[in-house]
Structures are given as C-alpha cells and as structure tokens.
Design a binder for this molecule. Structure first.
Ligand code: GLA
Length: 734
C-alpha cells in the first residue's frame, strides 16, 4: 500500500483508491484492463487491509468486454459501473461524457492514465485520477476533494483535448455516484420541488425502475426543482431513515444555470446510479487544441444518522469552506427593505423617514430595492439603465447614504444586471445584446429580456455599471436579482458551432463579474435573488453571502419553504423578512400575530419589510424588542447546528432547535398552527445537548434548570394557546 494521506489511500496492488472520512468510506479501483470502476460508498471500512483481502477488482478483462466485467463484479456483490461512465461500448445508461471525435466517431473508452494526491488551498486532501481515451487525444481528470470531518466528497471533472483536432462535447457531467446494491427494500428519493411563492417543497418518493430526472432547462437553477437529492433505504417493516437515524446518501450540485441530476434504478438487487452536472439538453461545447472544460462541483456525502445529520454536514461545509471567505464568519445583519410596502412608489424624502424609523428598531442594513434608477416607476421600464433616478433622488444617493450611516446603519441596493427592458437606453443602443433568434419574437417576462452574458462586452458593461455605483457610493450590500428564465436562447453573431455554449458561458460570466467586484470591494456583502428562490444552489452560495428563498413571506407558508431550504442550505444564508400581516403579495390574506411572524423569520437571517409609517410607539417598541432578542440568539441561529425536531409537514405542531457547536447554548422555536379538539399538550424532545450538563431554560411559564439528558428524553412542554401560537425557548448550560 502506498500511504499518501489518511483520507486518501492507494493500494497499488491491485489498484484501489480508498477515500476515508470520519464515518464513511468511498472505494474505487482500476481493473487489469485499466477501467476505473466504482466499488463501494457507505459506512466506514475499518481495516484498510480488508480492501485487498476481498480481492474486489475484476481481473483480466479485455477492453470493451463490458459484460465480462459486469458479471464478475456482480458475483462479488459490487457495483459494476465505471466511476465516470462515457458513452460507448455496451453502456446504455446516463453517460457522464459524450464526445464526438474527428471523422464523427462518437464512441469513447476511458482508461486509467495516472493519479496524484494534493492538498487544496483550504487544506483539504485532493485526489486527481486522470483517465485517457484509448485512441483519441482526450483526457479526463476526476477530482475528489475529501472533507474528512464532514463525511463529504466534492467532485468535479476536467475534460481536456490533448490533440490538434477539435473535439465536440455533447455531455460533460460533474460526477457519477453509485449506491451499494441492496435487497428487500427500495431506495427512496427526497428532493425539493416548487414554483414561484412555493419554493423548496420537500418530497419523498420511492425511486421507480428506470430513470428519474431532476433538472432545469431554464438557464437558472429554477424554483421548480432544486439541484439536491437524498436517498435513503426504505423497507416496509422499518420504514426509511428519519431525521436523526437511518442511512442517507445525499448531494447537491454547485451550478446556477441549467442542470440535471438523473437517478437510475434497476431492481434485484436494487442498484442506483446518479449522474449530475451541467444540463446536456441543448448543450454543446467545442474543445479546441489544448483546451479544457471544467465542470461545476457536485458535493455528496453519506451518513448513518438521518436527514438531519446530512443537512448539518452540508451546512457546516458551507460555513467552513464554501461561502465567500471575506464574510463567511461574519454575522449577517438585520435588514430593512421597503419593497413590499412601496414597490416603485418612493422618493428620497420617504426613504429618509424610513431610515430614521428603521434605525430606532435596531436595523443594521437599510436597503433600497427595485425602483431607484432610470425612470423606474413600474417594472416596464429602465432595466439596464443603472444610473440613479434624477426624479426620485435629485441629489443622488449620497445624502441618503450619509444619513443612513449617521444613524449607525449600512446601506444596500438592489440590482438586476442580467435583464433589460425594451424601454431602456441600453436596449435602444444594443438590441443585439439579448438572447434571440432572428425573425422570432423576443419573449418578455415582466417586460424584461435576458442579456447575453456570453458576450464579453455585456459582462464588461455590467461590471462597469456596478463598479461605478460601488466606487461613487458607500454601499455595503448588493441584492443581485434575476427575474426570468431563458427563452429563444440564440446568439446569432457567434459561429454556429459555439452558439449553444451560452448556457455555460452565461453562468461562468455571472460568477466572474461578481468575483471581480468582490475582489475590488471586499467589504460589500452580496445577496442572490431570482423571483424569490429560483437561483438557490451551492454555486450561488460559493459566490454570494446569502439568498432570498421566496417572495412568499407568509409566516406559516414560510415554515415549509424554510424547512425545505434547510435540507441542503445553511440557515445563515437564508434571508427571512417579517412583512405586513396581510403580506404585500396578499398571499393567503391572513393577518397573523407579530410574535409568530418574528418567530418564523428569526430562524435564519432576519429582515423587516413592513410599513414603518404605520407603526405606533407601542408596536415599534415591540418590534425593537424582537430584534434585540434576535440579535442575542443570532450567533446560535446563524452558526449553530440545526435539528428539525418536528416537521410542519406532519401536523399542527412544528419545532426547530439550534445548538451552539460547543453545546453550551441552544434555542428552540415551537409553532402551533391550529388549536382544535381541545388540543392536548405535546412534549418536545430536544437533540444535540450535552447529557451531563444542566441547562437553564427560559421562555416557558417559569424558568427551570434541567439536565441535557432529561431535555432529550422527557422533553420540554411549551405553553402555546390559540391558533398560530409560537414560543422561543432559550437554553444555557450552567
Ligand atoms: C423580485 C424579488 C423581490 C423584489 C422584486 C423587485 O420579485 O424576488 O424581492 O426584489 O423582484 O422587482
């Protein structure tokens, strides 16, 4: 054995890589003919010698004789599939790679070429296994970044043309994942679906035979499906995994455009193969001599401790590795945003007044949303014209920002740089800057078209507009919105063979513009938004500090949206506003009490979106008290471990708990939707506390001191009365 790192071991004979994390093992190897094949992913393999002892790999199989290999491996109870399957030979499933070589050959055979173990800039072990095509000048680097303490692997691939002639890629996915073969049960899929105002709805479905596809073809991540999956093992006797127990394999893709995750099941024994990456529908990429195509990362993990642990591992990975480092450890400020009150109807004077009132509440970041630029009195005009409206702000933004800063708040601004209205100076000057097909209509959404960021001059224009705004004004935060999916995805000026590259080029240009602006203005924080939560994914979380999950701010609906969000994404990144009790979008038309609205919104990054002009002194004092309370628990909510104690999907009661990593403090939110049938009280059992320590419990009728053990076994009895009742309970270890 060649011991390269405790997390990455290579056994030269017979040619096996064992990736080990605290609690999991991931094993793959090379067969005698050089194929790199997956062997195992799941609970830890305790003794590395076992790997060789089992003689896991197939022997002496000729290239292309896939059946021989498959039968040999199946007899050993293993997954007989290539680690990164290419389309060719007898492979009929979803290929990670589909390429066309010179002369139209579309059959690929990838074999082992070399491998290397490195350390990433963030100190993590990284394995790179390079495959090469047996005949044509193509190489694929398979990257495996191991996050040992979080039981995660981040994988991506680099496809390289090492020859002179062009190679066309029709699919280049990030990674393939293979689950262990099992019998007497079925893998069950958990994923997030939705639509505008109803994002991140959790669904559990038994995986049917054949292929299940989760995807977006919209050039944005989409509200309809989120690039996250979890699979657990379900059987009729024991059911599937729960929040805190059971085996779960899970993953999320770091890509903010069109994407695809396919899950293929074949039964007896149950086998599941997952492939994911940039959507291949409509995808084409030309690899010229010496060129490379780098796929987005696909991060996945395994846990034996249920969906809750899967989420906590993903959350910690975002806090410790993924979120932009400049802000990752900073607490997210309390926001005020008047969008839902005034929409486009405001001016300098109104904003001055709002700023005074917001400061009294304890707001830390005062934001002006859509409407501050061009002639923007409605959503029909001015997208693209990023100059301050002379009508609304005759003195520019300067005086307002100065006032906001004097009041002790930071100032933030909304932009939607990827969109343009036909009625704008930008579109009049550059009608060719939008995606379009000649002689076809240019479909509009909210009267907006989509700028073609694949064109370098468009990306430069956007950079320059933002650069100017940020250099001339003391802006601390940008809300970067994007409010439409793509239609007529044409780029008529580009050479025909490059026209379909827009899906990738748009997203990489977006990331690049934001990264360049971040580098130049490191103090600025960035929020991603897309008609609510239509661009929520690990790609955005790598480049932005927080995300707007939904335009639906109804506090009860939000419990469901926020729960789904938390399956994959960290609470710190999730922005929740308390809005008018009837909701600006008049969603559900229900007037709920302030306490419940705050308790619903306090579970991530808090914002207020109410009409502050309507506040009475008493109401203002109440709001200020909630904001003070939020600030006191904010470090636990934003940086703690989340336990979804009771799901709102199960009934009338819901509960969430956030525990500080050292288990010295925790907060519990309990919500009750409806009181009916003389609702008998239910105890809520906590998780993740130190059983040996005593905790002071505040927020019940009287303060008590109880052991962590009892809180986790007997549980708490929250006192809730009436409909839409809620409680916030604080625990402090003594
Ligand atoms: C989108 C966002 C909202 C708001 C409006 C402004 O709908 O989701 O939060 O910013 O755009 O037009």
């Amino acid at each position: 054995m060649e011991n390269t790192s405790p997390a990455i071991q290579y056994f030269a004979d017979p040619g096996l890589w064992l990736l080990s994390t605290a609690n999991t093992a991931y094993l793959f190897g090379r067969s005698a003919n050089g194929r790199v094949q997956h062997l195992y992913w799941g609970e830890k393999i305790t003794d590395a010698q076992d790997v060789s002892a089992f003689g896991l790999i197939a022997e002496g199989d000729p290239v292309g004789d896939y059946d021989v290999i498959a039968v040999q491996l199946q007899r050993k109870g293993l997954v007989p599939v290539d680690e990164y399957p290419a389309w060719g030979g007898f492979f009929y499933q979803e290929p990670c790679l589909k390429a066309t070589f010179a002369g139209g050959v579309r059959d690929s055979h990838l074999v082992y070429s070399r491998h290397e173990v490195k350390t990433t800039s963030d100190g993590l072990p990284l394995l790179v296994v390079t495959l090469k095509e047996t005949l044509y000048p193509l190489e694929v680097d398979l990257y495996y970044k191991v996050v040992p303490e979080l039981d995660l692997l981040e994988r991506w691939s680099v496809v390289r043309n090492t020859g002179q002639e062009r190679i066309e890629l029709e699919a280049a996915l990030s990674a393939g994942w293979h689950l262990p073969n099992r019998v007497q049960g079925q893998y069950r899929l958990t994923h997030l679906t939705g639509r505008w105002n109803t994002e991140c709805q959790v669904r559990h479905d038994l995986l049917p035979d054949g292929k299940t596809t989760l995807e977006s073809r919209r050039a944005i991540t989409s509200a309809e499906m989120n690039p996250f999956f979890a699979l657990d093992w379900w059987d009729a006797d024991s059911g599937g995994a729960g929040e805190e127990s059971g085996e779960v394999w899970f993953g999320a893709l770091g890509w903010s455009g069109s994407w695809k995750i396919t899950l293929e099941r074949s039964a007896d024994p149950e086998r599941v193969y997952i492939a994911g990456g940039v959507q291949d529908f409509e995808f084409r990429w030309q690899l010229g001599a010496g060129e490379e195509f780098t796929t987005p990362p696909f991060t996945a993990g395994f846990t034996a401790n249920g969906f809750g642990q899967a989420s906590r591992n993903l959350h910690r990975y975002q806090l410790d590795y993924l979120l932009p480092r400049s802000h990752a450890r900073k607490l997210r400020p309390v926001i005020y945003n008047s969008w839902e009150v005034y929409f486009f109807d405001f001016n300098e004077e109104k904003q001055f007044e709002l700023a005074d009132r917001a400061a009294r509440l304890g707001v830390e970041l005062f934001v002006i949303d859509d409407g501050w630029y061009g002639r923007r009195w409605s959503d029909r005009v001015s997208l693209g014209d990023w100059f301050v409206s002379p009508e609304k702000f005759p003195n520019g933004l300067g005086p307002l920002i100065k006032r906001v800063n004097e009041l002790g708040m930071n100032f933030g601004l909304w932009v939607e740089p990827e969109s343009v209205n036909a009625d704008s100076d930008l579109y009049r000057a550059h009608p060719d800057w939008v995606y379009n097909f000649p002689r076809r209509p240019r479909n509009e959404v909210r009267k907006a078209m989509m700028l073609n960021l694949a064109r370098p001059e468009v990306a430069t224009y956007i950079f320059d507009c933002l650069d100017k705004l940020l250099s001339q004004n003391n802006i601390s935060y940008i809300k970067w919105d994007f409010n439409r999916p793509i239609t007529e995805p044409g780029w008529p000026d580009a050479p025909l063979e490059h026209q379909r590259e827009i899906y990738v080029r748009h997203v990489t240009a977006l990331y690049e513009v934001v990264d360049r602006l971040r580098a130049k203005y490191p103090a600025v924080a960035w929020e991603a938004c897309s008609s609510g939560g239509a661009r929520l994914d690990l790609g955005m979380i790598r480049h932005f500090d927080q995300v707007w999950p939904s335009d639906n701010t109804d506090p009860f609906d939000r419990l469901f949206i926020q729960e789904g969000y938390s399956f994959a994404y960290a609470p710190k990144t999730m922005v929740n506003w308390v809005t008018e009790s009837n909701g600006s979008h008049s969603i559900n038309n229900q007037a709920l009490n302030l306490r419940y609205r705050f308790h619903s919104a306090m579970t991530g990054t808090l914002g207020v979106g109410e009409d502050l002009h309507r506040y009475t002194p008493e109401y203002e004092a109440e709001v200020a008290a909630y904001i003070r309370e939020y600030k006191a628990i904010r470090p636990i909510v934003q940086e703690g471990d989340l336990y979804r104690l009771i799901s709102p999907r199960r009934g009338s009661l819901a509960a969430l708990e956030y525990v500080k990593p050292d288990r010295s403090e925790a907060v519990v939110f309990v919500y009750r939707h409806t009181e009916h049938y003389w609702f008998s009280a239910a105890r809520v059992r906590l998780c993740g506390l130190d059983p040996a320590r005593s905790y002071r419990v505040e927020g019940l009728r009287r303060e008590i001191v109880v052991s962590g053990q009892s809180l986790m076994s007997l549980g708490l009895l929250p006192e809730l009365s009436g409909h839409f009742a809620s409680a916030l309970i604080k625990l402090t270890a003594l």
